[in-house]
Ligand binder design. Structure first.
Ligand SMILES: [Zn+2]
Ligand SMILES: [Zn+2]
Length: 344
């Protein structure tokens, strides 16, 4: 049986290939029929200049178990599932010391088969499968980026009554707004560029006060020294200015992907005398799926506010172009695979 799978190559080349489903699955692996997969900032960055050769892509995955290999206890054909993009082993020193967040040694889906999430089917290790119910596949596919947002929130260690500032209203930043409020923040102020109007509207809907500005943060002196916590999901170059928003003893939690040169300079005297903290969030291994699935289910995170576009797999090339060219009008673009009859 054949199926369709999208491949990517820099710069901005995307093609659908026809692949053959495997006859046998390795032990402790499952075959997933993908129903929805979100386009992530990392996919765009890879499309731009990171891939010299064709690669399958897509890692924000929701689907249905189609087939089971041996040793897949507790899983059943027909289960609706999302996939952790990386996992912990449970056996290394970090895991045994209770720091599973420092381990990345579990099998993952990245090299498990010839296709990833922008496909009709893919193979994944059973250990990265998390079952869900009560959500659409599109909403469930937000579990991966929501886990990233939750890691940033945990890293920021938000306390009751904190004033929080969010810089960067992409999908991850936006999902962090209700999470920060639920974690006890009194208010969340979201700063974004005016061209990102759709994203700023969403920020407001999700409970933030919005500052739409094309000025540098250094020009916004009214915001300086105002925030107990600053969450940054924007290129690293913003960090020196973002530190000036922190109140005495404040914490900045940063998540970013490589955007060219990651070198920054900031005033270490200010950092020292104002007892500031700069913390890196990196959601690998991918934790917290049960928590964020609950947030998606109970409406803490409004999937309808985050998902701006649903586009079928056959149009993935156009979807990538849309994300590239109209950042301000897209929030999360989710690729869907309708029930396509098996091609024999
Ligand atoms: Zn992602
Ligand atoms: Zn481990």
């Amino acid at each position: 049986m054949h199926y369709q799978s999208a491949y990517l190559k820099s710069p901005w080349k995307c093609e659908l290939r026809t692949l053959e489903l495997p006859d046998f699955l390795p032990d402790a692996h499952v075959l997933i029929r993908v129903e929805a997969c979100g386009i992530c900032g990392t996919d765009l960055s890879h499309a731009e200049d990171k891939l010299d050769d064709w690669q399958p892509f897509g890692h924000e995955i929701a689907g249905v178990i189609e087939r089971l290999g041996s040793q897949c206890d507790g899983l059943h054909v027909g289960d609706t599932v999302v996939l952790e993009s990386s996992g912990f082993c449970g056996r290394c020193d970090s895991c045994r010391d209770g720091r599973v967040d420092l381990c990345n040694k579990a099998p993952n889906f990245w090299k498990a088969g010839p296709s990833l999430g922008f496909s009709e089917y893919m193979i994944a290790p059973a250990c990265c499968v998390v079952r869900y119910d009560g959500l659409t596949p599109e909403a469930a596919s937000l579990a991966e980026p929501a886990g990233v947002a939750y890691d940033m929130i945990k890293t920021a260690d938000i306390r009751h009554g904190d004033k929080v500032c969010l810089i960067g209203p992409g999908p991850i930043g936006l999902m962090a707004i209700p999470m920060a409020l639920k974690s006890g923040a009194d208010e969340v102020v979201c700063i974004g560029r005016t061209r990102n109007s759709k994203r700023l509207e969403a920020a407001e809907k999700l409970g933030a006060k919005v500052v739409a500005s094309d000025l540098a943060l250094s020009a916004h002196t009214e915001l300086h020294h105002q925030f107990d916590r600053v969450l940054v999901t924007a290129p690293v170059q913003i960090i020196p200015q973002a530190l000036s928003l922190l109140a005495y003893g404040g914490v900045l939690s940063y998540i970013g992907i490589g955007t060219g040169d990651g070198t920054i300079q900031f005033d270490a005297n200010d950092f020292h005398y104002r007892k500031l903290q700069l913390r890196g969030s990196f959601a690998s291994p991918a934790l917290y799926y049960p928590i964020v699935l609950k947030m998606l289910k109970n409406g803490t995170i409004s999937a309808d506010t985050i998902i701006s576009h649903r586009i079928p797999l056959r149009d993935i090339g156009q979807a990538m172009t849309l994300c590239k060219e109209d950042k301000g009008q897209t929030i999360k673009v989710v690729i869907t695979t309708e029930n396509i009859a098996p091609q024999v």
